[in-house]
Every structure is written in structure tokens, then in C-alpha cells.
Design a binder for this molecule. Structure first.
Ligand SMILES: [Zn+2]
Length: 343
């Protein structure tokens, strides 16, 4: 039940029971105890025990945040809201933080606020100092030893402040912010190295490369994920939550809808739902989703603007866009990741 619904029920009972306004205000205050941001620790423990994954959805404005948390709350699912450094640059860190706080006031589900692809120590520190509950340090562009040293530095700073750290080993193909890794250079994660890396850095979760890639053009031919590598990593690191980046489905209907209303996104291809479902069964705890939300929003906006060219109130096209984000997130949580009712 949402906080607003609770408030409505309380108001009704106040009228029924002729409660004094003072008593009523105290009741409301009790009810309004805001759940604080949580780290990913408990949700990951549960995900490893119950074999489901938690969606980590990229945010950069109000409509996206609302669409995601409304869906998660309806599904009674834990959720990770994540912002990349370019999203922080766009939305500004104070706005992001306050909007997520507003979400916490409205809903009773566990919400983590995570830095996606922290490029350096300073960015991680900034987010930790601003109250993020989780950060990723992406040292995958460096060699192994440098990655270990950088990750360890972030872990020490974060853990002293009750914040958890995701690290990355192995390279993904595709484009994430400024990092463009040629597909040919993409390197799968080595399971033995993964074990050494986690032991030496003390990181809380690990992003691995098993064939996913960033962006809307993930595969030229058939989608292929190396589940054998995932299984070996899980054997070596049974208690470390595993993270999958570049894991949007690139939902075909959304691509079609974009193209139908004037878009030009030919040949986009992602990871099919069935594969992501399999990954969440095989020990992946966190699945990142960005591209699908971008597509959902853009498809609806294109449609609204094309169908009603005389309208120019942003709410007219942002309302269906927010609904589309919500529908997309709800589908992932319920049908793909399996985290419904795991809040
Ligand atoms: Zn990523």
C-alpha cells in the first residue's frame, strides 16, 4: 500500500471514530516514518538465496524516477536507482538526491541509490559524501593491478561510511558515457582472476563480462551469453553478488514505434528476456537497464508529438512517456528478473 493510500484510510477512520485533530496528526506522523535509503546488501543476500535478480535502472529526470519507483512499489519489489556521472552532470546531484528522497517518502519498498560507472575515486567520493548508498568504481579500463589498487581505495573510503561498492573486471563492448570499447577488444572475465580480485579489493559486488554490451546495438548475429563463465565465477565466488551490465532487451516493439514515428534506429538488438531470466536464475543479482527506458520514453514522445502536432504542453507527452517507463520496468521486474514481492 502506498503512503497516500494509508493517509486516505487514516482520514476515513478519523472521520468514523471522531478522532481529534491532534490524535490524528500523531497517527499520521507515526505512519509517515520515511524509510531511509538502503544499501544493496540485504537485497543481494535475498536474491542469491531465492535466485532472482534486482533491476538497476538508470535515472536522470523526474519522470523516469517516478515511472521506476511506481512500478517497483506496485510489484512490491526492491529497486536500485542508478545515475552515471553524465546523468549527474545533466540533472545535478542535489536534484537527483532530493527526487529520490521524495520517492522514499511516497513508498515503503527498499530503494538503493547507486553511482553507475564511477570513472575515478573523486566521483565516487562525491557521491558517497552526498549520501548515495552504493557506488561503482569502474577500473576495467586499467590493467589488473591498477584496477585492484583503485577499487581498494574506493572500498576503504566507502566502507568507512557504510556505503557498498561494485567493481568491474573484464571489458564490455559498446558505449557507456565516454568509454568506447571496440567489440574486438571486449574481454570475458577470467573466473580465477575474479576470485583474486574480490579477495584483494573487498568489493561488495562484481560486474563481469560474459558477452553483453552497452547501447542499443549489442549483437550483430544471434545474441550469445557465456553462461559457462558465469557459472564458473559463481563456483569461485558463491557469496559475491554478480552484476550484468549492458543488459537491455532493446525491446523490438519500442524500436519499431520509434521508427514508425520518425525515428531512425535500424538494426538495434539486445539481450532477449529469456536469457536475462536465465541469468537471474544462475546467480546474477543485479541487472542494469538504461537503453530500454530511453527507448520507451522516446517512443511515446515521438508518438504524441506526431499524432497531435498542434499540442505543445510538455505534460501532454511526458505523461504517456512516464507511463511507458513504468510499464517497461514492471514487465522486467515481474516477468524477467523475478523480484516481485521480494521487498
Ligand atoms: Zn554499464
Amino acid at each position: 500500500m502506498s503512503k497516500n493510500e494509508k493517509k486516505r484510510l487514516l482520514t476515513e477512520s478519523r472521520i468514523r471514530n471522531k478522532m481529534t485533530l491532534e490524535n490524528f496528526t500523531n497517527e499520521i506522523k507515526k505512519e509517515e516514518k520515511v524509510m531511509p535509503l538502503v544499501t544493496t546488501k540485504k537485497m543481494f543476500e535475498k536474491s542469491m538465496k531465492e535466485h532472482f535478480a534486482i533491476g538497476a535502472f538508470n535515472v536522470n529526470n523526474m519522470e523516469i524516477i517516478q515511472g521506476i519507483v511506481d512500478a517497483a512499489a506496485e510489484e512490491n519489489s526492491p529497486v536500485i536507482l542508478q545515475a552515471s556521472s553524465s546523468a549527474i552532470k545533466y540533472a545535478r546531484i542535489g536534484y537527483l538526491k532530493k527526487m529520490v528522497e521524495a520517492a522514499l517518502e511516497e513508498h515503503d519498498i527498499p530503494i538503493a541509490l547507486h553511482l553507475d560507472h564511477g570513472p575515478d575515486f573523486e566521483t565516487c567520493k562525491m557521491c558517497i559524501d552526498h549520501g548515495f548508498s552504493s557506488v561503482m568504481i569502474d577500473g576495467s579500463k586499467y590493467d589488473f593491478e591498477e584496477n585492484v589498487a583503485l577499487t581498494k581505495k574506493v572500498v576503504d573510503y566507502a566502507h568507512a561510511r557504510g556505503v557498498v561498492v561494485e567493481a568491474e573486471l573484464g571489458k564490455l563492448a559498446g558505449i557507456e558515457d565516454d568509454v568506447n570499447v571496440e567489440a574486438a577488444d571486449a574481454m570475458y572475465t577470467d573466473p580465477d582472476q575474479a576470485k583474486e580480485f574480490v579477495e584483494r579489493t573487498g568489493c561488495d559486488s562484481l560486474a563481469i563480462a560474459i558477452g553483453t554490451s552497452h547501447g542499443a546495438y549489442k549483437f550483430k548475429g544471434e545474441a550469445k551469453l557465456r553462461f559457462d563463465i558465469l557459472q564458473k565465477v559463481k563456483e569461485k565466488l558463491p557469496n559475491t553478488p554478480i552484476v550484468l551490465h549492458g543488459a537491455s532487451t532493446v525491446i523490438p516493439e519500442l524500436v519499431e514505434m520509434c521508427n514508425k514515428y520518425g525515428g531512425n534506429i535500424p538494426g538495434a538488438k539486445g539481450v532477449p528476456d529469456e536469457m536475462l531470466h536465465e541469468a537471474s536464475k544462475l546467480g546474477v543479482s543485479k541487472i542494469n537497464v538504461d537503453t530500454d527506458l530511453r527507448l520507451a520514453m522516446t517512443a511515446e514522445i515521438r508518438k504524441a508529438l506526431t499524432e497531435e502536432p498542434s499540442k505543445f504542453d510538455p505534460r501532454g507527452y511526458l505523461t504517456p512517456a512516464r507511463e511507458a517507463v513504468k510499464r517497461t520496468v514492471q514487465h522486467k521486474i515481474r516477468d524477467v528478473f523475478g523480484s516481485s514481492n521480494q521487498a
